[in-house]
Design a binder for this molecule. Sequence first.
Ligand code: MLT
Length: 289
Amino acid sequence: MLADVNGVRLGYSDTASGVSAAVHGGVQSPVVVLVHGFPFNRSLWDPQLAYLRTKARVIAPDLRGFGASEAGPPGPLTMEQHADDVAGLLDYLKVREPVLFCGLSMGGYVGLAFWRRHRERVRAFVLADTRAGADTEEGKANRLRLAEATEQANSPEPVIEAMLPKLVAPGIAISQDGGRVVQETTAVRQVRAMMAGTSPRAIADGLRGLAQRPDSTELLAEIDVPTLVLVGEQDQITTPADAEALARGIPNARLEVVPLAGHVSNLENPDEFTQALLRFMEEVGGSGR
Ligand code: MLT
């Protein structure tokens, strides 16, 4: 489905179309918003959607530039713009009540920007494989170099080459035999396909947007909604130590580690990730904001 939001056409899915609000454990579940990471799209959430659609209304946008969404004017794709787009999509869908915002990696950075700008719309958070800190100077420089390489190649290949080995848990997702990849898991194939389908323009502007995101560490103490922090036990991009710091900083947060998973923990271990999400939905289901 497509929605006109903030001057761009955004792709999204919404399980509520034609379905009455779901009741879970005797209480009405909050609307769940699933926000994907970089450089992915809403199909990241396919394994969760299959379970969640009977439990809650679930909305999953393609952030601008990704999936079926237009990129809008050239320039960095900022976390603030993405957060305003999510709020605009909720307006478009007439969702007025606070939502359970679940973001993975960049989706979590967008969640923190959403809290900064639209906190009255958050009932609870799931922050998965993400962190509060800004990039280091070296991290920023690497992103800007990768943005240029992507533009020069006019292809997602540089980013696939740079990111793919770090996205999945080493030794679990890819089996190697004398350096040759002999087996790719479904998660690796899905991640590669999402990256390969992203335009070089969105990758380059996305990298520039990521590089300029602010440090949100100070913001964490202000987050007063129930929060579940999830992290793949072998996440090499936003590590379990980053997740611990995130959970420590948020007053009402709990940390759960997803076993046998790296950075894309929802794809690498969909059962454990989804069960953790469902338990949390049950906990927050009945409580008002
Ligand atoms: C993501 O998965 O969204 C990215 O890995 C985030 C990042 O590079 O910081």
